[in-house]
Design a binder for this molecule. Structure first.
Ligand code: ZN
Ligand code: ZN
Length: 136
């Protein structure tokens, strides 16, 4: 893969990238910070934020602009669908490929570069909690 000029995969970025690729939970920057602190105890939250942005610019991860709450990050840079829990904000991948024939659509003169397609609902854990039959 060709990387943009001046952007190198430093040790910190590699650790952040590997942490992100190792989970399916689409963590927030704070959660990424907690994960990478185990191997990089001296890293600061600001550094994690900055490196997450750089990894996005490098096209190695993606930032999820899903409505509400904190920004989440995805170690899979390829376009794919997500489902978000409206109760707890958890985001999961969805095995669904929307088929949109971009060329045949009228986008009010826009040159369309992509699209995002996200579902929302209530995750299994929140369904249990909402059912009110947990004895916790
Ligand atoms: Zn939930
Ligand atoms: Zn994803």
């Amino acid at each position: 893969m060709k990387l943009p000029k001046g952007k190198r995969l430093t040790k910190q970025r590699k650790v952040i990238l590997e942490a992100l690729k190792g989970v399916k939970t689409h963590p927030t920057a704070d959660e990424v910070y907690d994960m990478v602190r185990k191997s990089l105890p001296k890293i600061s939250l600001g550094t994690v934020y900055r490196n997450l942005d750089i990894l996005c610019e490098m096209g190695l991860i993606q930032k999820l602009d899903i409505a509400g709450r904190q920004k989440r990050f995805d170690g899979n840079p390829k376009p794919h669908c997500h489902v978000r829990c409206i109760e707890c904000g958890r985001v999961c991948d969805v095995d669904y490929e929307p088929s949109i024939e971009l060329k045949s659509k009228n986008f009010s003169g826009f040159k369309v570069l992509g699209y995002s397609f996200d579902f929302f609902g209530i995750c299994p854990e929140c369904q249990l909690a909402l059912d009110g039959d947990s004895d916790m």
